[in-house]
Design a protein around this ligand. Sequence first.
Ligand SMILES: C[S@@+](CC[C@H](N)C(=O)[O-])C[C@H]1O[C@@H](n2cnc3c(N)ncnc32)[C@H](O)[C@@H]1O
Length: 263
Amino acid sequence: MKDVWNPEQYDKFKDERQRPFFDLLALVKPQENMRVADLGCGTGAPSATLHRLLQARETLGFDNSEAMLDKARELASGGLRFENSDIETFAEESEKFLAYGQFDLLFSNAALHWVDNHAALLRRLTTAVADGGQLAVQIPANHHHASHLVADEVANESPFREALAGYIRDNPLLTPEQYAVLLYQLGYREQLVRVQIYTHLLESREAVVEWVKGTRLTDYQKRMPEAMYETYLERYRERLMERLEDTRPFLYTYKRILFWARK
Ligand SMILES: C[S@@+](CC[C@H](N)C(=O)[O-])C[C@H]1O[C@@H](n2cnc3c(N)ncnc32)[C@H](O)[C@@H]1O
């Protein structure tokens, strides 16, 4: 499948996207000489911040988009490096992930919603958390917002439905309570799970399209020819504008689940 992640598009809302990153980082208890993994590291800038602020011994950023990794690798230095790896395979073959050794912190900001079966995923990731180590995860949970609902509705219209062979992105998220139970069952001695609604003041409702183009829509973009994606975008914009209030600025609400746990 095409790699349609675009660092420039993603970074259009860099300041807004950094807020949950820093909130997640604030949950981490710094230790000396940490070995850190950043799953779905994107452009690598957040991994570099993580590495620097935690004064980590080593930080490994994992991502499966070469476009994102090209950017990230510019930041590699000292103990900070980046690997092309699919988190999905970490879930299926934990041995592969374990070959990287254990980590004092497994960190993932805004990436695990792209991976299915969170119960199995977290179970397997936990095997890579060292004794006394931490897991810190932020997962976007905005699938009930019109920005996300309309993406699926348009994907279900002709001719997109045929081009996508009926594919609609499944939401793999568990409820906050289920994450809490799972973390307990996985043997974490301490934990915190919270839901947070971020409010982003965007210039207008049109900016929501730009936001979602950098993330959620990539899933449909990579599955259809480029020309058809342009038509999909037009239709998406048209349908979305019917659902969003025309105010300037426009308040975009964004629900996210954050959780932290220590073994
Ligand atoms: C929304 S970005 C978040 C990037 C970064 N963590 C941040 O805070 O800015 C999601 C990233 O997850 C990566 N990603 C999505 N599915 C993945 C997978 N199965 N394995 C590895 N990386 C994945 C994408 O390539 C993208 O760079």
